[in-house]
Design a protein around this ligand. Structure first.
Ligand SMILES: Cc1cc2nc3c(=O)[nH]c(=O)nc-3n(C[C@H](O)[C@H](O)[C@H](O)COP(=O)(O)OP(=O)(O)OC[C@H]3O[C@@H](n4cnc5c(N)ncnc54)[C@H](O)[C@@H]3O)c2cc1C
Length: 371
């Protein structure tokens, strides 16, 4: 049986980017992903430009896609109080349907192998991994866990965060609205949640929101929830009234968890959301997933020389904390502020009077360009 240098469990942004980076370095890489590409995913689809230089270095030029370059953020609260600011680094709007597919094709072209199966267990023994999927088994020296926010694998690995239920639900759909401004990402508050709007490469507007289950369960359907809860915000009301739904139905995910996680679990190197999810309002989860892929790939390349697993794991834990921990703390603070209505009105009026404050909030939850 072939023994891979690295098996990557989950081919989302973190998994695919590591597959490209490690394949370019000549490592034998297998990605095991449960779904085929292309596929829509619940996500705000705004990507910070901090990842652009790194993606270019891997041979991926976002300007080849029709992604919408974004320079401006508009933020509003329930009463329609609104503030606009330039985004220091900017970003781009692209659907996960297009982005994941683009990275998949790049990984294939660099020599990564793919299996479309659901991984049911990852066992470490005798300095080697056995990765089990259905009735098959694959072997490798290293495993990257990039299987996203929450998976049955977390239960198998007895990860602490999986024991706790979380009240967050994510909903997303594409809409057609010719009046939506070019080059802007919007974040609109509603009772018990917030909703992002941004243009994608097809010209469709991605509407994606995070809502508290307590509020959500009162509605009979997503349409009803949109009508009664989202539409409390005048911006969202106007958007919903003047837009046409492009999807057959909205996509939904539940149990979105922001609990603390470990970057290494039973010798598996965790990347992207499997290592920690930042609150979506920060618009930085995708950049963090791609950045964590770079950190892991760099450490694995060093491991190819020193061959010490303990050094690899310690170094990755340290660099992960140094790079992301502060962002997660600030993200959690901002989410609390934005979701407490009394405070929101106060903080929104503060923010609307001070673009400097809003810029600071953005800086604290974003990184510098990854070179
Ligand atoms: C509502 C919401 C809005 C968001 N908006 C934004 C935004 O605008 N900007 C931003 O930067 N970030 C945003 N994020 C965060 C962003 O979506 C994530 O941080 C990012 O997708 C993480 O990428 P990943 O590669 O870690 O995981 P994913 O992209 O989720 O990939 C994980 C992959 O693993 C696969 N998988 C899972 N289990 C298994 C298994 N057992 N076997 C095989 N494969 C498996 C899945 O099919 C999936 O393809 C948002 C998140 C939410 C919830």
């Amino acid at each position: 049986m072939k023994i891979y240098d690295v098996i990557i469990v989950g081919g989302g942004l973190a998994g695919l980017t590591s597959a490209i980076d490690l394949s370019i370095s000549g490592l034998a890489v297998l990605v095991i992903e449960k779904d085929t590409y292309p596929k829509h995913k619940v996500c705000g689809e705004y990507v910070s430009n901090e990842v652009t230089p790194y993606l270019e270095r891997l041979g991926i030029d976002i300007s080849d896609t029709k992604a919408d370059p974004i320079q401006k953020l508009t933020l509003s609260n329930l009463t329609g109080n609104c503030v606009e600011t330039d985004l220091p680094l900017g970003g781009f709007g692209i659907s996960r349907y297009a982005l994941d597919h683009l990275l998949y094709r790049a990984a294939l072209s660099k020599g990564a192998e793919f299996k479309f199966e659901t991984v049911s267990d990852i066992v470490y023994n005798d300095d080697q991994f056995k990765v089990k999927a259905k009735d098959k088994e694959y072997k490798s020296k290293l495993v990257i866990g990039s299987y996203g926010k929450r998976s049955l694998l977390d239960k198998k690995l007895k990860r602490d965060f999986i024991q706790q239920k979380t009240p967050w639900i994510g909903i997303k759909a594409h809409y057609r609205n010719e009046d939506f401004p070019q080059g802007e990402v919007h974040l609109h508050n509603f009772n018990g949640g917030y909703c992002g709007l941004s243009k994608t490469e097809t010209g469709a507007i991605n509407l994606c929101y995070l809502a508290h289950y307590q509020n959500f369960k009162q509605a009979k359907s997503i349409d009803e929830f949109n009508h009664y809860h989202l539409a409390q915000n005048p911006y969202l009301k106007s958007f919903l009234e003047t837009s046409t739904l492009e999807f057959d139905q909205h996509l939904a995910i539940s149990q979105v968890s922001f609990q603390k996680k470990n970057a290494v679990e039973n010798h598996i190197l965790m990347a992207g959301d499997s290592a920690g999810l930042i609150h979506p309002l920060c618009g930085n989860g995708m950049a963090m997933a791609i950045h964590s892929a770079k950190l892991i790939s760099d450490e694995i390349k060093r491991y190819q020389v020193h061959k010490r697993r303990d050094t690899l794991e310690e170094n990755y834990i340290q660099i992960w904390k140094k790079t992301f921990q502060k962002r997660l703390i600030f993200g959690s603070m901002f989410q609390k502020i934005l979701l407490r209505q009394g405070l929101t009105n106060f903080s929104m009026s503060l923010v609307s009077n001070s673009k400097v404050l809003l810029q600071k909030m953005i800086q604290q939850t974003h990184g510098k360009p990854i070179l």
